[in-house]
Design a protein around this ligand. Structure first.
Ligand code: NAP
Length: 278
């Protein structure tokens, strides 16, 4: 069994990006990311802080917009429209969730698809589906990097993705299809989930339930990717997979923390650099 080290792989990617950014700067191109946070949710503040730190590490200029909790939808759209037309800004990210007076779908659609580094705009989702170049949602894009950089063969393998959210499950399934896996998407209405998972050479779990997946869901020697992040009663982080129970039956597994988590920000940085190159 091999543990896939997301910390190490994300560091490699950030180091590669740092070099790329230096080269871009020599050509007079400076990548920049505008990060908008509405309100002061503590978890969002931590995520925003980590994104700024990663930008600084890679040499990407970051602009922070901290708007008050009572910001209206029109005010937020107006700021996004200003940033859409600002040639010095390559990427725009609005930290989710937003306060309830703001419709998230409307905000996602307000961001120019060419600056949508989160890959949530319907135009980018459509491009992903038909195989055109566009921005890809960071967490699933990071999982593809984890698999490839760990030497896992994807083509022809049976892959089961549990979860069909717009930000993880669905784009994940499409990316695995693009890599020529035979893909099954499971969800809360799937019958006999255990039997479905037992077919998987590669099992990707984004179910949002702590330690839900135990050894009896795993085909011996499978590659297992855990997207879930939870804090247990002792404040320790855990994933959707019962790691202690499952790990010994796998060929490769991602831990939580230190697996998928660090890849999301690395891929956001990658999208910011691609935004300049596009
Ligand atoms: P989500 O929107 O809650 O989606 C969960 C999915 O799991 C849904 O499609 C749901 O099915 C399915 N599901 C729920 N219960 C199930 C069951 N008993 N059997 C089979 N399927 C079931 O969650 P998400 O946003 O995709 O996130 C999933 C997890 O990943 C969360 O723990 C989240 O915190 C974590 N996450 C981590 C990162 C990272 O950077 N590491 C990024 C994003 C998310 P239905 O569609 O039928 O309801």
């Amino acid at each position: 069994m091999q543990i896939i080290d997301g910390k190490k792989i994300s560091q490699e990617i950030k180091d590669e990006l740092k070099e790329k950014v230096e080269r871009l700067k020599q050509q007079g191109k400076e990548p920049s990311l505008a990060v908008i946070q509405v309100g002061s949710d503590p978890a969002s503040s931590v995520y925003v802080g980590n994104k700024k730190k990663a930008c600084a590490y890679c040499g990407i200029r970051s602009l922070a917009y901290e708007l008050p909790e009572e910001t209206t939808e029109q005010e937020l759209v107006a700021l996004i429209e200003t940033l859409n037309t600002d040639d010095t800004v390559n990427g725009i990210l609005v930290q989710l969730p937003l306060p309830k007076q703001i419709n998230e779908d409307k905000i996602i659609r307000a961001i120019s698809p060419q600056k949508d580094v989160d890959g949530f705009h319907p135009e980018n989702v459509g491009k992903l589906v038909i195989g055109e170049k566009g921005f890809v949602s960071c967490t699933p894009a990071g999982i593809i990097q984890l698999l490839k950089r760990s030497g896992v063969d994807i083509a022809g393998k049976r892959c089961v993705v549990i979860g069909r959210s717009n930000i993880v499950g669905k784009p994940m399934a499409i990316l695995m299809l693009r890599e020529n896996a035979t893909v099954t998407v499971a969800h809360s209405r799937t019958q006999d989930l255990k039997a479905v998972c037992k077919e998987a050479d590669i099992l990707i779990v984004a179910i949002g339930k702590p330690k839900f997946i135990t050894a009896d869901y795993i085909k011996e020697g499978a590659v297992v990717i855990d997207v879930g992040i939870h804090r247990n009663e002792n404040k320790k982080l855990c994933g959707d997979i019962d790691y202690e129970d499952v790990a010994k039956h796998t060929s490769f597994i991602t831990p939580v923390p230190g697996g998928v988590g660090p890849m999301t920000i690395a891929m956001l940085m990658n999208n910011c650099v691609e935004a300049v190159e596009m």
